[in-house]
Design a protein around this ligand. Structure first.
Ligand code: FAD
Ligand code: NAD
Ligand code: ISD
Length: 428
């Protein structure tokens, strides 16, 4: 027995929520669209989980951050889906997919068939066990991907006030959670293998500015090493972490953010996989013409750089979702997805945005001394390819975004570019 839909979205995260809104705007009929998600709640803005959700005072809680409030758009509550005739199948894992037959099999044993499938399965956190360290299931070792993880982390934070946290990983989760832990009056030590934080994006100069601020807030950094084992008490709670460099750090709480893997396993052997994600064309269409992929799980052509990329950020999830729906419902009028990669973060009172590709020569500009408004450009083969700005105004962010999208030739020398700073983006 099973149900049949015209459109099925597999996964109920950010991309699914934005796709649903786009479907309704383009006129989907009652009963045509189904979203099936392992999570027990309607799609929400995942970025809130490492920021507002972890605040000690007035923390963000659902329904306040259901999609699509992160893009200042409608808030899609469970009632919204009902009112729009969208079947929201929650708390249900899809166990297998038969792309040839166009069917999904759910964990409840139901077969759901589709005419068009949109894969929006996102990604899962990498586990320490994948690096040979046991202990991820201890009650005070926290990963952060979904609402259940965030609830667990918030509970452990509450019971660790004035205690010690070890944050494993110096990427987005590490930096945002470390800031939230400090705000919760927890002593934080960050451990990561690289020479500085946010190594995938930040230059040493940018990183040192944020690291100095974190240090001033009491955060300690242990760099160039990794965790080798945990120590446990008789209740299997972690009491300390041991590092490869021989250090031993007492811990009431451990947060692990060591990267993600896209959830592609249902499709391996059925669809083309590239760079770890489901390969799609500029219409977000996979190697099977009835199947589309969006968000963290999709590897798509980034026209501006002439390369296939898989991005792990919310803006790309939102925009790839809208584009896929447009390509399905209005194939003639839908052009190529022309996406400018956009990343951002907010920690303490800092707020930065990055557009483009952090490759080539870097030129820093602005006020690094006062730490309030500073930035960097990346110049490759004589063209501006990336722009970073901390503490910008809405207009300034728009300016660097537009300039980077144009990939202009940089005809002045790099010292002059440094002197011109933001002024250069204004002239593009
Ligand atoms: P997800 O939002 O992860 O959704 C995937 C969904 O698929 C989930 O609901 C999952 O349960 C479901 N699913 C997977 N497999 C199955 C299955 N077999 N059956 C049923 N359901 C399934 N990006 C930014 O740009 N800025 C930020 O500030 C930012 N902050 C973040 C903070 C946190 C804590 C996290 C975890 C991520 C953050 N990101 C941020 C990244 C951003 O949230 C992701 O890029 C975005 O969520 C990707 O959307 P998605 O829909 O592809 O995947
Ligand atoms: P990440 O890729 O940003 O960082 C992973 C970090 O893991 C690296 O910086 C490195 O320091 C560390 N690492 C790697 N191997 C390690 C090891 N063996 N031991 C210790 N550390 C190790 O990934 P993340 O921070 O885990 O974030 C997960 C996902 O969530 C990413 O897709 C990220 O884009 C997303 N996210 C984004 C934002 C944002 O855009 N503002 C915020 C939070 C989360
Ligand atoms: O993009 C975002 C972001 O950074 C958040 O915290 O979406 C969420 C929402 O703004 C939460 O309300």
């Amino acid at each position: 027995m099973g149900r049949a839909f015209v459109y099925v979205i597999l996964g109920g995260g950010v991309a699914a929520g934005y796709a649903a809104l786009e479907f309704t705007r383009r006129g989907v009929s009652d009963g045509e669209l189904c979203i099936i998600s392992e999570e027990p709640v309607a799609p929400y803005e995942r970025p809130a989980l490492s920021k507002g959700f972890l605040l000690p005072e007035a923390p963000a809680r659902l329904p306040s951050f259901h999609t699509c409030v992160g893009a200042n758009d409608e808030k899609l509550t469970p009632k919204w889906y009902k009112d729009h005739g969208i079947e929201l199948v929650l708390g249900t894992r899809v166990k297998s997919v038969d792309v040839r037959r166009k069917t999904l099999l759910s964990s409840t044993g139901e077969t759901i068939s589709y005419k068009f499938l949109i894969i929006a399965t996102g990604a899962r956190p990498l586990k320490l066990e994948e690096f040979g360290v046991e202990g991820s299931d201890a009650e005070n070792v926290c990963y952060l991907r979904d609402l259940a993880d965030a609830n667990r982390l918030a509970t452990v934070i509450q019971s660790s006030s004035n205690g010690n946290a070890v944050v494993i990983g110096g990427g987005y989760i590490g930096m945002e959670c470390a800031a939230s832990l400090v705000i919760n009056k927890i002593n934080v030590t960050m451990v990561f293998p690289e020479a500085h934080c946010m190594a995938r994006l930040f230059t040493p100069k940018i990183a040192s500015l944020y690291e100095d601020y974190y240090r001033a807030k009491g955060v300690k950094f242990v760099k160039g090493t990794v965790l080798t084992s945990f120590e446990f008490d008789s209740n299997k709670k972690v009491t300390a972490v041991n590092l490869k460099d021989g250090s031993h750090l007492p811990a009431d709480l451990v947060v692990v953010g060591i990267g993600i893997r896209p959830n592609t396993s249902l499709f391996e052997g059925q669809l083309t996989i590239e760079k770890g994600g489901i390969k799609v064309n500029s219409r977000m269409q996979s190697s099977d013409s009835s199947v589309y992929a969006i968000g963290d799980v999709a590897t798509f052509p980034v026209k501006l750089f002439g390369e296939m990329r898989r991005l792990e950020h919310v803006d790309s999830a939102r925009k790839s979702a809208r584009h896929a729906v447009s390509a399905i419902m209005d194939p003639i009028k839908t052009g190529e997805f022309d996406y400018l990669p956009f990343f951002y973060s907010r920690v303490f009172a800092f707020s930065w945005q990055f557009y483009g590709d952090p490759t080539g020569d870097v030129v820093h500009f602005g006020e690094y001394e006062d730490g309030k408004s500073f930035g960097a450009y990346w110049v490759k083969k004589g063209h501006l390819v990336g722009s970073f700005l901390e503490g910008g105004t809405k207009e300034e962010y728009e300016t660097i975004s537009k300039a980077t999208q144009l990939k202009p030739a940089v005809t002045i020398d790099l010292e002059e570019l440094e002197r011109e700073g933001l002024g250069f983006a204004h002239t593009v």
